[in-house]
Design a protein around this ligand. Structure first.
Ligand SMILES: [Fe+2]
Length: 297
């Protein structure tokens, strides 16, 4: 029997009694989409999934982006995030997501759900490491000054992979030559999205802006745009909006990329192994009227 146990914090709930290796019924999918809209982050403990089953579960929410980085050979939609080294090379992306961000804001079609499956979680004694931290963008929007909500009601934000890559490079190679490093990387053209999105399921307004990729408010002078983005970064990272998820092995964790921002906590060393498998679900279904009808029936 499926049971939802809220974390009691600003985000997060645990879903008990669901085996994600089995196909979801329409009723269960609807329930999960509503629970995700209400809680932002859902944990499904003690799962045993093949890569194909992880992909099938993810596809219930929308189309899965094919990753450019390390992935399962047989199921290319499943990325591998890991610091495990085999035969002298990393089996996955070792240091993904350490800067606050939202996945896929740099794409024309934004991200809806991230699905992560934790297979190896680093620990020291009884302390689990390598957690994932979230911030609640519904609450962050709600608390914005009313004048700002009014003045920026129709604003568009530009999201740029160059901004994220520059910061990630500075973290991983302090003092390194970003221009030389980025030559072989394909930075994408910045894309605009509405600053204040409305959630298709909850109807809540959300601050759709994140420190990693948000580069400019379209149409504003640079100094004004920079000041507004700096204000949002300070605002959205206040302690009162934060929720830290501590992993257990075999957890599946899903989160709503429309309503949250997140980062990976880098509190473990190279010999403390972490292995996560991931599907990134695009918002290809969740804004579609016919799909939403099935969610609400
Ligand atoms: Fe991410």
């Amino acid at each position: 029997m499926l049971q939802l146990e809220p974390s009691g914090k600003i985000l997060g709930a645990t879903v008990h009694g669901l085996d994600l290796s089995m196909p979801l019924s329409a009723d269960t999918l609807s329930l999960l989409i509503h629970a995700l809209a209400d809680h932002g982050v859902l944990r499904f403990p003690a799962q045993r999934l093949t890569a194909a089953q992880l992909k099938r579960f993810s596809e219930a929410f929308g189309d899965v982006q094919t990753p450019s980085g390390p992935h399962e050979a047989e199921v290319p939609e499943v990325s591998i995030l890991s610091n495990v080294v085999e035969e002298g090379r990393n089996i996955g992306t070792p240091d993904a997501g350490r800067i606050w961000h939202t996945d896929m804001t740099y794409n024309k079609i934004v991200g809806y759900v991230n699905v992560l499956y934790g297979l190896k979680i680093p620990r020291r004694g009884d302390t689990m490491l390598g957690g994932t931290q979230f911030s609640n963008m519904v609450a962050a929007y709600r608390d914005l000054p009313e004048a700002m909500k009014h003045d920026l009601a129709d604003a568009q934000v530009l999201f740029s992979t160059d901004k994220y890559n520059r910061a990630a490079h500075a973290l991983s190679s302090p003092g390194g030559d970003y221009e030389a490093w980025s030559k072989n990387r394909h930075n994408r053209e910045p894309v605009p999205h509405p600053l204040f999105l409305t959630h298709p399921v909850s109807g809540n307004k959300m601050l759709y802006c994140n420190p990693g990729y948000a580069t400019a408010i379209e149409g504003l002078p640079k100094d004004e745009s920079d000041a507004i983005i700096a204000f949002f970064v300070e605002h959205q990272l206040q302690e009162k909006y934060l929720y830290t998820f501590t992993w257990s092995e075999n957890d599946v964790l899903i989160w709503d990329n429309l309503a949250t921002i997140h980062r990976a906590i880098a509190d473990y060393g190279p010999d403390e192994h972490r292995l996560i498998k991931r599907c990134q679900v695009m918002a290809t279904k969740i804004f579609d009227a016919a799909f939403l009808k099935t969610v609400f029936q």
